[in-house]
Write a protein that binds this ligand. Structure first.
Ligand SMILES: Nc1nc2c(c(=O)[nH]1)N[C@H]1C(S)=C(S)[C@@H](COP(=O)(O)OP(=O)(O)OC[C@H]3O[C@@H](n4cnc5c(=O)[nH]c(N)nc54)[C@H](O)[C@@H]3O)O[C@H]1N2
Ligand SMILES: Nc1nc2c(c(=O)[nH]1)N[C@H]1C(S)=C(S)[C@@H](COP(=O)(O)OP(=O)(O)OC[C@H]3O[C@@H](n4cnc5c(=O)[nH]c(N)nc54)[C@H](O)[C@@H]3O)O[C@H]1N2
Ligand SMILES: [Mo]
Length: 761
C-alpha cells in the first residue's frame, strides 16, 4: 500500500489563517505543479482553460466569461486539470501487481493516485485481478449481456463530467434499449432544484446569468462554499462588493471565501495583502435553520408593508404573476419569533438586520448550494427562498434572480440533453420522428431508486459513465455488499476508484479520454461541449496527448456499446456519429430545437451561447401559469429527529478534494490540516458532553430502522460551529447516511442533516 501519512501535516501547504485567494492559493497551485513536475503540456492546457476554443475546466460549473482574465482558472481548477494530466498510469502491469482485494485496502487518494487508466480491463474472478482485454471483446460481451436482460433491469448512471455529445448518445441508447433508468450525479446534488424550481417557477434551473451580478444591489448566500467549490465566483463577488453590492451569508460554518478575499491576479492586493471583505453580515445558523430565517425575514417584510402600505411589496407583480401569496402570508405571520429563533439559532435582531438589507435593495439575487438542497425538507428551503424573492419582484428582472450553483462541469447540460429518468427529459415525439423509437412511458430509476432496486434484487446491470457511486451514495456498506450480485458492471473512467473494486459477475473498466485530452476521430480533431450553471453552452477542445493509444472517447465508448447491444438500424449510425461530433450536435439541435438552434455554428462563441430561461422573462411554465408561493407547514428543513439524537451531522467537502477525488489532506481555508477522519464540534458542546479535543469517538446514526450505522476512530476537533451540530468529511462519513433518508420530493440524500449520537471510544 502506498505510504502517505493521512495524519501528518501536508508539508507543501502553509498554515492558514488568511483570506481566501492570495498567496495561499498560489502556493496550492505551486505544490501541485511541483508534484506533477510541471510539463510544458500542463502549462499549455492551463493557459487555455475556460477560453474560447480552449479546454473548459472539468472542475466546477461556474461561467466562462466572454472576456476572460489573464488566467481564467482557480487553484482548484488547476488541481483538477493537473490531476487529469498526471504522468502516472494505472496500466495492465498495475492491475497485475494488485488484486482487487488488495486495492480495497487502499485509500481513495492512492487509488486515483495510481494514475490514468490505459487499457480496457476485464475482471477475472479466478485470479481476482482485472486483466487486459480488447475493445471489440469488451463491446461484444457487454452488448450481449445487455441485449439478453429485460431493459428495465439495466441502470445507466452518469456523473456530470461527460460532454453533451456523449451524454445525448447515452440517453438515446437507454431509450432505444427500452428503459430510462438514467440516474445522474444531480440526483445526489441539485435534484431538489430541478424538481422544486420547476414546480414553483416553471424552470428546473436558475434564472440568473453573469450580467446580473454586475447590477444587483444585494446577494443572499445560503449554504454554498464559494471559496472551495466555485472559486472563480470570488472575482465576480469582489467586483460586486467594490461597486457597493451588499452580501449577507447564512452558513453554520464561517467559510473563508465568503468572509474575505485577496485576488491572486491583482498585483496591488497581492503586494499589500489587503483583502476585500465579502460578506457584510455572516450569520452562523443551525443546519436546516434556513426556513426559519426566511420566515423571519418575510415577517419583517410584511410588517414593513403594514407600516408603509404600497411601499415594500411589489403588489403589481404579486397580483399579475403569482399565486398563493395570501395563504403563505398567513402561514408566515402565524409563526412566533421565539420559534423562529429556536429553529434558526439566530436572534430576531440578526434576522431583522438581514431583512433590512433585503428591503433596502432594489435588485436582489439569492444564491444557494448543498446547504439548502441536501435536507429532508429541501423543497421547503427552496420554496421559502422563492417566496422571499417573489415578495419584492426579485425574479425576472435584470440584476435579480435565484441562482443555484451547480456542481459538476456539465451536470446541468447532461440533463438538458436527456440524461434523466423521466419521459419529459427527452421528447417522445422527436424520438419517434428521428429514430422510430417509442420511449417507455414509465418513469425510470433515479440514484436512490436504483440503489434500492439493487438491494432488492431488481437490477442486473449498472453502467457508469464516470463517477464513483459506491463512495458518493449514502449507506455505503450496504450498497458495497450488494454490488457484486450484479450480473454486469461497467465503468467508463479516467482513473481507478473504489467503485471499480466490487465487480459484478461480468465486469469491465473502460478507459476514456478526459476533457484535457485531444480527441481525434476519422474526420479529425473533435470538440465536445458543456453547459454551465447559467445555462450557457461552450465548446471545449482537448489539447494533451492521451495517456495511451488504447484510450477512447466517451462518445466512442457509448456508441460502441450501443451498436453492440441494439439491432442495426440505419437511423442510428453509431460509427458515423463517432467519426464526426458535428453530426451528434445536429441531432441534439433536432431533438431540442428551442435550446440548441444553430448549435454547431455557435459552438465556440465567446462567453458561450445562452439557451434562455422562461422564468427570466416572467413566463411561468408551472401548473398554474404563475409563479407559485410555497406555504410553509413548519420551520425546519431537517427531518424528524428521533429521541436520543444529540446532534445533526453535516457532511462537508474540504478544499483539497473534488467530490470523491481526494487530492490531499489539507483543508487550508478552514485551517484544518492533516487527517480527514475528524469530527468538528464547538468547544462548548464538547465541554457539555464531557468530551475532549483530540479524543477518538464513534459517530452512530440515530435513526432507528433496524440497521446499525457507525463510523469509528474519528478524532474530535474543536471548531466554530453552532450547538447541537457536528461536521465531518464526505465521503468518509457516507456509511452514516441512510439511503431512505432523503429530500421528500426529489430523493436527494439528506447529507447535510443526519441525526447522530457521539460515542466516546
Ligand atoms: N474544489 C471543488 N469544487 C467543487 C466540488 C468539490 O468537491 N471540490 N464539488 C462540485 C459539486 S458536484 C458540487 S454539488 C458543488 C458543491 O458545492 P457546495 O454547494 O458549496 O457544497 P458543500 O461544500 O457540500 O456545502 C456547502 C455549504 O453548505 C453549508 N451548510 C451545511 N448545512 C447547511 C444548512 O443547513 N444551511 C446552510 N445555510 N448552510 C449549510 C456548509 O457549511 C458548506 O459551507 O461544488 C462543485 N465544485
Ligand atoms: N455525504 C455526502 N455525500 C455526497 C455529497 C455530500 O455533500 N455529502 N455530495 C453529493 C454530490 S453533490 C455529488 S455530485 C456526488 C458525486 O458523485 P460522482 O459524480 O459519482 O463522483 P465523483 O467523485 O465526481 O467521480 C469521480 C470519478 O469520476 C471519474 N472521472 C473523472 N473525470 C472523468 C471523465 O472525464 N470521464 C469519465 N468517464 N470519468 C471521469 C474518475 O474515475 C473519478 O474517480 O456525490 C454526492 N455524495
Ligand atoms: Mo454535486
Amino acid at each position: 500500500m502506498p505510504g502517505h501519512d493521512p495524519e501528518g501535516h501536508d508539508p507543501g501547504t502553509p498554515e492558514y489563517d488568511h483570506p481566501t485567494g492570495g498567496w495561499g492559493s498560489l502556493r496550492g497551485v505551486a505544490r501541485i505543479f511541483g508534484e506533477e513536475r510541471s510539463r510544458p503540456m500542463a502549462l499549455k492546457v492551463l493557459a487555455s482553460l475556460n477560453r474560447p476554443k480552449g479546454v473548459m475546466c472539468s472542475s466546477c460549473a461556474w461561467a466562462k466569461p466572454a472576456k476572460p482574465h489573464r488566467f481564467e482558472f482557480c487553484e482548484n481548477g488547476a488541481k483538477a486539470t493537473l490531476w487529469e494530466l498526471t504522468p502516472k498510469r494505472a496500466d495492465p502491469d498495475f492491475f497485475a501487481a494488485h488484486s482487487v482485494e488488495d486495492l480495497r485496502g487502499w485509500h481513495d487518494h492512492d487509488l486515483e493516485g495510481a494514475g490514468r487508466l490505459t487499457h480496457p480491463m476485464r475482471y477475472n474472478p479466478v485470479s481476482g485481478h482485472y486483466e487486459q482485454g480488447g475493445w471489440e471483446e469488451a463491446f461484444a460481451e457487454i452488448g450481449r449481456e445487455l441485449a439478453a436482460m429485460p431493459p428495465e433491469r439495466a441502470v445507466f448512471y452518469a456523473s456530470g463530467h461527460a460532454g453533451l455529445e456523449a451524454a445525448y448518445l447515452y440517453a438515446l441508447f437507454a431509450r432505444a434499449m427500452g428503459h430510462q433508468n438514467l440516474p445522474q450525479s444531480s440526483n445526489m446534488c441539485h435534484e431538489t432544484t430541478s424538481v422544486n424550481l420547476l414546480q414553483t417557477i416553471g424552470t428546473p434551473v436558475g434564472t440568473c446569468t453573469l450580467e446580473d451580478f454586475e447590477t444587483c444591489d444585494a446577494i443572499f448566500f445560503f449554504g454554498q462554499n464559494t471559496g472551495s467549490n466555485s472559486p472563480r465566483f470570488l472575482h465576480v463577488l469582489q467586483e460586486a462588493v467594490k461597486r457597493g453590492c451588499r452580501v449577507v451569508t447564512f452558513n453554520p460554518l464561517r467559510e473563508r471565501g465568503l468572509i474575505e478575499f485577496v485576488n491572486p491576479q491583482d498585483a496591488l492586493q497581492m503586494a499589500t495583502n489587503r483583502a476585500t471583505q465579502i460578506s457584510e453580515h455572516y450569520f452562523q445558523l443551525r443546519p436546516g435553520g434556513d426556513v426559519a430565517v426566511m420566515a423571519g425575514m418575510m415577517k419583517c417584510v410584511l410588517a414593513a408593508e403594514a407600516a408603509r402600505p404600497g411601499e415594500v411589496l411589489d403588489a403589481g407583480f404579486l397580483s399579475a404573476h403569482t399565486t398563493g401569496f395570501e395563504e403563505t402570508r398567513r402561514a408566515v405571520e402565524a409563526f412566533g419569533w421565539a420559534e423562529i429563533e429556536a429553529a434558526s439559532g439566530l436572534s430576531r435582531a440578526m434576522i431583522e438586520t438581514a431583512a433590512e438589507v433585503y428591503m433596502g435593495a432594489e435588485r436582489v439575487i439569492g444564491i444557494y448550494g448543498m446547504g439548502l438542497t441536501q435536507h429532508v425538507h429541501g423543497w421547503l428551503n427552496l420554496g421559502m427562498l422563492v417566496n422571499l424573492l417573489l415578495m419584492r419582484g426579485n425574479i425576472g428582472r435584470p440584476g435579480t434572480g435565484i441562482s443555484p450553483v451547480r456542481g459538476h462541469s456539465n451536470v446541468q447540460g447532461q440533463r438538458t440533453v436527456g440524461v434523466g429518468e423521466k419521459s419529459a427529459h427527452m421528447p417522445a415525439d422527436r424520438l419517434r420522428a428521428l429514430f422510430g423509437i417509442t420511449p417507455p412511458e414509465a418513469e425510470g430509476m433515479n440514484a436512490v431508486h436504483a440503489m434500492q432496486g439493487l438491494l432488492e434484487g431488481r437490477v442486473d446491470a449498472v453502467l457508469s459513465l464516470g463517477g464513483n457511486l459506491l463512495r458518493a451514495l449514502p449507506d455505503r456498506e450496504r450498497v458495497e455488499a450488494a454490488w457484486p450480485g450484479l450480473r454486469l458492471s461497467v465503468h467508463v473512467a479516467t482513473k481507478p476508484n473504489r467503485s471499480h473494486l466490487f465487480p459484478g459477475q461480468v465486469s469491465w473498466i473502460l478507459p476514456c479520454l478526459g476533457r484535457t485530452d485531444e480527441d481525434i476521430q476519422a474526420t479529425g480533431p473533435q470538440a465536445s461541449s458543456m453547459e454551465d450553471t447559467f445555462s450557457h453552452i461552450y465548446g471545449s477542445i482537448g489539447q494533451a496527448s492521451p495517456p495511451s493509444e488504447q484510450v477512447r472517447s466517451e462518445v466512442a465508448i457509448v456508441a460502441g456499446i450501443a451498436a453492440a447491444t441494439l439491432p442495426a438500424d440505419p437511423r442510428m449510425p453509431w460509427a458515423e456519429w463517432v467519426a464526426n461530433y458535428d453530426r451528434i450536435r445536429d441531432l441534439i439541435e433536432a431533438t431540442f430545437p428551442e435550446d440548441f438552434a444553430r448549435f454547431n455554428e455557435r459552438l465556440h462563441q465567446p462567453g458561450g451561447f445562452y439557451r434562455g430561461n422562461p422564468a427570466r422573462e416572467r413566463v411561468w411554465k408551472t401548473e398554474s401559469g404563475r409563479a407559485e408561493f410555497t406555504v410553509p407547514p413548519g420551520l425546519s428543513a431537517l427531518g424528524q429527529a428521533p429521541e436520543g439524537a444529540e446532534m445533526t451531522l453535516i457532511t462537508l467537502r474540504s478544499n483539497d478534494q473534488f467530490n470523491t477525488t481526494i487530492y490531499g489532506f489539507s483543508d487550508r481555508l478552514r485551517g484544518l490540516e492533516g487527517g480527514r477522519d475528524i469530527v468538528l464540534i464547538s468547544p462548548a458542546e464538547m465541554a457539555r458532553l464531557g468530551l475532549a479535543e483530540g479524543q477518538r469517538v464513534t459517530l452512530r446514526t440515530a435513526l432507528q430502522d433496524g440497521i446499525r450505522r457507525e463510523v469509528a476512530g474519528l478524532r474530535l476537533v474543536g471548531y466554530d460551529l453552532p450547538g447541537a451540530c457536528v461536521a465531518g468529511y464526505y465521503p468518509e462519513l457516507n456509511p452514516l447516511v441512510p439511503l431512505d433518508y432523503h429530500e421528500e420530493r426529489s430523493q436527494t440524500p439528506a447529507y447535510k442533516g443526519v441525526p447522530v449520537t457521539i460515542l466516546a471510544a
